[in-house]
Ligand binder design. Structure first.
Ligand code: ATP
Ligand code: MG
Length: 402
């Protein structure tokens, strides 16, 4: 693989930990290059969070080299040739150069190689096959930089063949378009995605969810998602998809991307969050949040003013109330003021408890719960203004009345 230019080495490349890592590998005769997202984002001048490094020797040699330099290393994916080095608190994924031996549309069987071009050829898109040496020497075997500059997500090699090897690449095509693309979508890529969209059912829910949520995290993902739907790629995994109109409105309201909330905005009314959560293997917490975001009840009374907002915040909790508020695109009322309140006001605790009911002589049992529920309604209705003394007085009144 021939060099094709230079990067102005960014700060992260010059970090002491990076130097120590490369020196350790170098002493063992292992050649290492940065690869993938970290190089691509550096070319673009965007932020880099994960540092992936490709190495030309097998993982046991890499672990040996790191151990000899007393650098910490965790065998995070030996089968795929990956070990994670932890140097001065920073994590680096070191993956041995690979070539595909066999593919079944879901997972590839890989063999290690020391051929950089072979490793590049099995990657998905031209701009994801950029490599850089520690000194900034750049390798761009498929002209990824010109595609990046043009906002074109282009498959390496024949798009249909590459998708048949790994169907997840259909989702990745739209995900990378959301992050790095500009209209129009790459024609041959889009057509190949459409031809293969019917075969995505064999993928795993986890992998699909990861790509989908990552797509939704992009600054402006609506066009990419709409194109994905048009290709048929959402049919199997997200039959609840109902268009991007609410997503666009949500993006105008939110202050930072929240992929799960964005997902909620593209789902049809009546979507079963539990079924969706199972299908996409969401965590229990994610599924519960989705459930509340999609619930029709309680309807938010945005037009009702501060008192109604406080009641809603108390009921749903600050975070979920804010979620619901951002999603209620058509509700009349000052949603910005309601949101500010959801971010600043802490709902008080009900100043009385079951013990106070028992102290008034009521026997333990379901009536205690009913009385507590009643006083809570009264307390909320009074806009949380009743203090403990007032609550106790009303509690006595309630108990007597029964
Ligand atoms: P991000 O910043 O979003 O993480 P990334 O480029 O690092 O972007 P990853 O999904 O972390 O994306 O993958 C790392 C690299 O591995 C990619 O740049 C690509 O070269 C390669 N890759 C990952 N998944 C596939 C795949 N399914 N098919 C081919 N190559 C892949
Ligand atoms: Mg990555």
């Amino acid at each position: 693989m021939k060099p094709s230019g230079r990067l102005d080495p960014p700060a992260w490349m010059g970090a002491a930990a990076v130097g120590a890592l490369f020196a350790s590998l170098g002493r063992a005769g292992i050649a290492a290059r940065f690869v993938g997202g970290c190089v691509r984002n550096t070319v673009l001048g965007r932020e880099v969070d994960d540092i992936d490094v490709a190495v030309d020797k097998p993982p046991d040699a890499v672990m040996h080299a790191l151990a000899a330099s007393r650098l910490k290393c965790v065998p995070t994916g030996l089968k795929h040739g990956t070990v994670t080095a932890i140097v001065e608190g920073g994590r680096f994924e070191l993956t041995t150069l690979r070539r595909d031996v066999e593919t079944d549309g879901r997972r590839a069987t890989v063999a290690f190689t020391d051929d950089w071009l072979e490793d590049a050829s099995r990657r998905d898109f031209t701009f994801n096959a950029l490599y850089a040496d520690l000194d900034g020497t750049l390798y761009d075997p498929f002209n990824g930089r010109s595609d990046l500059a043009a906002g074109r997500v282009r498959f390496i090699g024949d798009a249909d063949t590459r998708i048949t090897e790994d169907r997840l690449r259909v989702l990745r095509f739209f995900r990378f378009h959301a992050w790095y693309g500009r209209p129009p979508l790459d024609g041959p890529g889009f057509d190949a995605c459409r031809r293969n969209a019917g075969a995505l059912g064999s993928l795993s829910g986890e992998r699909v969810a990861k790509e989908l949520l990552r797509l939704l995290e992009a600054l402006a993902p609506a066009d990419a998602l709409a194109a994905m739907a048009e290709s048929g790629a959402l049919d199997h995994w997200l039959p609840e998809y109902a268009g991007v109109a609410r997503l666009r409105a949500l993006i105008g309201r939110e202050d930072k991307p929240d992929p799960l909330r964005r997902l909620a905005s593209v789902l049809a009314a009546g979507t079963d969050a539990t079924a969706l959560g199972k299908r996409l293997k969401l965590s229990t917490q994610q599924a519960l949040r989705l459930d509340v975001m999609l619930a029709a009840k309680p309807a938010l009374d945005v037009a009702g003013g501060a008192k109604a907002w406080r009641a809603g915040i108390h009921h749903l909790g600050n975070t979920l109330y804010a979620d619901r508020l951002l999603l209620e695109i058509d509700a009349p009322g000052d949603w910005q003021a309601a949101l500010a309140l959801a971010r600043s006001w802490t709902p008080p605790e009900l100043p009385v408890s079951g013990g106070d009911v028992l102290a008034l002589g009521l026997a333990p049992g379901p009536r205690v719960g009913a009385v507590i529920a009643a006083i809570e309604r009264w307390w909320i209705d009074g806009d949380f203004s009743a203090d403990r003394t007032a609550c106790l007085a009303h509690l006595e009144h309630l108990v007597r009345a029964r």
